[in-house]
Design a protein around this ligand. Structure first.
Ligand code: VGL
Ligand code: ZN
Length: 198
């Protein structure tokens, strides 16, 4: 088997307009993502899933502003508005997103470390288990869509390359946060790493 998996990254209420960490046009990807699912034999939804008081939240660092940078033991970390707290409405998938995926992979659940990538936490070392899951199912390539292009989609794509998967970014089905040109920078970085942008 040489299957391709569709990885649908963090299409959650908090990343859509009106949410705590809204990505412009985040909800626009939903109809396209729903249609894309029919074309892939393996479909994975990822869900950003933080405990209350998570270390990636600005509110957990007295005096810190959202979108500022801090140095963590594992490297630099952007501090975010409180988002995708386990069990809250904001952590739910967009209400119109199809839920019939094979796997829901939660990430960012360890209090002291963030996890942008669906494959490794932000230390780039601690695996989420997704790589093994895909390998055991005979998957050799992944196609990525979802939110946000410049954070969770980018790091998932780079890690997939590092693990030896063929990687396609479905650009029409992604939206970014775009801090200081970070979407354009992400696209350049992904192309340079060998990601096919479709
Ligand atoms: C994300 C920032 C914090 C993402 C998740 O899904 O891109 N970004 N948590
Ligand atoms: Zn998060």
């Amino acid at each position: 088997m040489h299957d391709t998996a569709l990885l649908m990254i963090d299409i959650q209420t908090d990343f859509c307009p009106g949410g705590a960490l809204a990505v412009a046009g985040g909800d626009e990807v939903v109809p396209l993502v729903n249609r894309l699912q029919d074309a892939y034999p393996v479909r994975v939804l990822t869900q950003d899933w933080h405990p209350a008081g998570h270390s990636s939240f600005a509110a957990s660092h007295p005096g810190a502003e959202p979108f500022s940078l801090v140095e963590m033991s594992y490297g630099p970390q952007v501090l975010w508005p409180t988002h995708c707290v386990q069990g809250t409405a904001g952590a739910e998938f967009h209400p119109d997103l199809r839920r019939d995926a094979d796997l829901v992979l939660r990430k960012g659940f360890r209090p002291g470390i963030d996890s942008y990538s669906a494959f490794f936490e932000n230390d780039h070392e601690t695996p989420t288990g997704l790589g093994g899951y895909l390998r055991e199912r005979g998957v050799e390539a992944v196609a990525l869509c979802g939110l946000a292009t410049d954070f969770c989609v980018k790091f998932s794509a780079l890690d997939a390359i590092r693990l030896g998967f063929g990687v396609t970014l479905l650009a029409e089905a992604c939206r970014g946060i775009d801090m200081a040109g970070s979407v354009a920078a992400a696209m350049a970085e992904l192309r340079a790493a060998g990601v096919v942008v479709a």
